[in-house]
Design a protein around this ligand. Structure first.
Ligand code: UD1
Length: 424
């Protein structure tokens, strides 16, 4: 059933909220549970659509999975199937995270490739080159990536770009390879650190996670573990930008503010007062935000997943902002929707120039991916009138209880299904 959000502009966010576990971590941790026979338990899992989808993938590979609130238990059998070429895998991009664990467990894997992505092309060449360095052959065949090896051995690997997914697949493939792997130009995202922490608690020997060089000494076998998923910096960052754009005052807990350092610094430049605590932050904004330039970069740079929120705030800021996208080439597609809300935006290649306007005005807009959808909701929170955001299934893939959480923070937003009955 198609659902949409009705967002009323004008209410400043003014309360407190607790962040959930990170989408971009939990899915990889679930895949990593394939590495050890027995029951791996994950706490602080967000209630998002991608979690049951990943459960379906794991079940298809031979696991049993129980979900109880925010705890997910994965029971991995002695033998897992290397063949992940089925519909559940094609439904979402993160399913490719089973590639590394399957190579480690089975020395072969067939993983269906997901369909086209609204934020730009997402090739797997770095994943493949990394696995080849570890001793595998790889090919794309009938819409799946196929990798095979007689044995995996340690290697020196240098990524062309610090890809999050390639770093994860190479690390998970190398944990049980013979000898030492040194991965240079590795991604440094907090979700990589979370994955390596969990793998180490399973008996892996990984050093340097969170830096550009990760060293993995292969071990014979891993054991199951119990792990708490790191807080979601993108969801927490979304609430921070929602507070700033609405002239609000919110406190968010359950997140390490150092994971959002640059995003919060940019808010300070925009005029917000930001206080940070060990496990949270407070953002307050009085009056109109100032224009600020942003450029997205791998961590610790400004996250590409918060770029739509940066565009939303720049759209109503005092002055001209330039936003540069360096990670995904097609991520500006949603700027058309921002223009429909009255944003004065000009896209030029991987830059967008925004001349802040005094006010946006409501209309119907369509989300094209998780983060673009959230950016449109933020714009709706300050647009005059009631904005209708369509295709909200994208938002539900990445934000647990999006409407409830925003309402708890003080927003006026509700979910409506096409049958016209309000769902909440
Ligand atoms: C992950 C996140 C996504 C986030 C992104 C960057 C998940 C499920 N998704 O995506 O939310 O926006 O990190 O922080 O964790 N690339 C190649 N070849 C490859 C691999 C990547 O060219 O083999 C390119 C991509 O097309 C993209 C860039 O590298 O332009 C970054 O991609 P990557 O860091 O791999 O992102 P994902 O892991 O797909």
């Amino acid at each position: 059933m198609k659902e949409r959000f009705l967002v009323s502009g004008g209410a400043p966010l003014s309360r407190s909220g607790k962040g959930d576990g990170a989408k971009n971590s939990v899915l990889k941790l679930m895949a990593a549970a394939l590495l050890a026979e027995g029951t791996t338990t994950l706490h602080n899992c967000p209630e998002i659509l991608d979690v049951p989808l990943m459960c379906d993938v794991l079940v298809g590979l031979g696991c049993e999975v129980d979900i109880e609130g925010s705890t997910v238990r994965i029971h991995t059998p002695a033998e897992v199937s290397p063949d992940a070429d089925f519909d559940a895998v094609r439904q979402f991009r993160a399913s490719v995270a089973v590639l590394g664990p399957l190579m480690a467990r089975c020395h072969r894997a067939r993983v269906a490739l997901p369909g086209g992505d609204a934020i730009g092309s997402r090739p797997l060449d770095m994943h493949q080159t990394g696995l080849e360095k570890l001793g595998a052959t790889t090919r794309i065949e009938h819409g799946a990536v196929v990798a095979e090896a007689t044995a995996l051995h340690g290697a020196n690997i240098k990524l062309d770009f610090p890809s999050v997914g390639a770093t994860e697949n190479i690390v998970t493939a190398a944990v049980m390879a013979e000898g030492r792997t040194v991965l240079d130009n590795a991604a440094r995202e907090p979700e990589i650190v979370d994955l390596c922490d969990m793998l180490n608690s399973m008996g892996a020997r990984i050093d340097g996670a969170g830096t550009s060089t990760i060293t993995i000494d292969g071990v014979q076998a891993l054991r199951p573990t119990e792990h708490t998923v790191v807080g979601d910096r993108i969801v927490a960052g979304t609430w921070a930008y929602a507070a700033a754009i609405t002239g609000g005052d919110i406190t968010v807990t359950g997140i390490a503010p150092r994971h959002l350092h640059l995003a919060l610094s940019k808010l300070k430049l925009a005029g917000a007062q930001v206080e940070t605590y060990e496990h949270g932050f407070r953002v307050r904004m009085d009056g109109r935000p100032k224009a600020v330039d942003y450029q997205t970069l791998p961590f610790p740079g400004f996250p590409t997943d918060l770029q739509p929120m940066a565009i939303a705030i720049a759209a109503v800021a005092d002055g001209v902002s330039v936003i540069t996208e360096n990670v995904f080439e097609a991520r500006f597609r949603f700027v058309d929707e921002m223009q429909r809300l009255g944003a004065d935006a000009n896209v030029d290649g991987h830059h967008v120039v925004l001349r802040g306007v005094d006010r946006l005005s409501s209309t119907d807009v369509w989300s094209s991916d998780i983060r673009a959808g959230a950016g449109l909701v933020l714009a709706g929170l300050v647009a005059e009138g009631v904005t209708t955001v369509h295709d909200v299934h994208h938002i539900d893939r990445g934000y647990p209880n999006f409407v409830e959480q925003l309402r708890e923070l003080g927003a006026e937003i509700r979910r409506v299904s096409d049958s016209k009955h309000a769902a909440n």
